[in-house]
Design a binder for this molecule. Structure first.
Ligand SMILES: [Zn+2]
Length: 291
């Protein structure tokens, strides 16, 4: 009865606060590789199956063990390789995405990702990992390849996982903390989401915040810098459009320029808007109004 087993999985995770006492599963191989290589941590892949006593047991014990939860979150990137049908208890639930602050649907079992996420993690895993039975865990390097042998973990008890993870960690060196990584990653995602929604001022705040974060990984700061350049280009584009309004409707043109000067504060576009305002004041003396 897959429904009953899934219900057990559900009971196991019910009532756990979103971001603390649960495993922060990565949503894709791509994100897992990116995070693992930036943070210099191993990837843990867990093959679990709905309706299978062994899997439910691993979920109820190993993956609720506070040491495992903390260890997986802090010095590894965990990936669930799990296929599930909609009738197996994996119904979508609404969650507030901590990255964007927006409400999205999440898997009701792996609460930080969606069901299509863990389904595709599973099918991609099968292209290069041999899984004869479930439950089964693999510890892999940051590139998704085994650090030694097949990467298969001998057992599924907390001590089996800790042993394999610690061995992998030792060969990778000092890891970058999850908190620092995720703080930078989330700021970048927030900045990008605001930019795509044309909410420029909050986009600039998030991206400049990331630029000032000296602990943030270089790749995020670089991406943030590129995105800020795009925001700036969008700002300059709008200044040019506002200037074209000046001829027909000077008052409206100046209002738009003042708005752009405030919105893009901190970027070159704000300076361009300011100069355009001064220029407009010269061309229409006495109509310049307050700036
Ligand atoms: Zn699911």
């Amino acid at each position: 009865m897959p429904g009953r087993a899934a219900a057990l999985l559900l009971v196991a995770v019910a009532g756990i606060p979103f971001d603390e006492a649960q495993i922060l599963w990565a949503p894709s191989w791509e994100e897992a590789r990116k995070e693992a290589s930036t943070r210099r941590v191993p990837i843990l892949v867990a093959f679990l199956k709905d309706g299978e006593a062994g899997s439910v047991d691993v979920w109820d014990t190993t993956f609720q063990d506070p040491t495992i939860v903390a260890y997986l979150n802090e010095v590894a990137v965990p990936l669930p390789a799990h296929t599930a049908a909609a009738d197996a208890g994996h119904s979508p639930e609404s969650f507030v995405d901590p990255r964007t602050g927006k409400t999205t649907d999440r898997c009701s079992v792996y609460k930080v990702i969606t069901c299509p996420d863990h389904n595709s993690i599973h099918s991609e895993a099968l292209t290069f990992l041999r899984v004869k039975e479930t439950p089964k865990c693999f510890v892999l390097g940051p590139d998704g390849k085994p650090l030694s042998g097949t990467g298969e973990v001998k057992g599924t008890k907390p001590k089996d996982l800790l042993l394999a993870l610690r061995a992998a960690q030792r060969s990778l060196g000092k890891p970058l903390s999850r908190t620092i990584y995720r703080r930078a990653r989330d700021k970048l995602a927030r900045g990008r989401a605001h930019f795509e929604a044309e909410e420029f001022a909050p986009a600039i705040r998030a991206l400049q915040g990331l630029m000032k974060d000296r602990k943030a990984p270089d790749e995020f700061r670089k991406e943030s810098e590129q995105l800020l350049a795009e925001v700036n280009a969008a700002g300059i584009d709008r200044v040019v459009k506002a200037q074209s309004v000046l001829g027909e409707n000077p008052k409206e043109g100046r209002r738009l320029l003042r708005e752009l000067r405030a919105t893009f504060r901190g970027l070159e576009a704000a300076g361009v808007a300011k100069r355009a305002l001064i220029e407009a004041g010269k061309q229409h003396p006495g109509k310049g109004g307050k700036k």
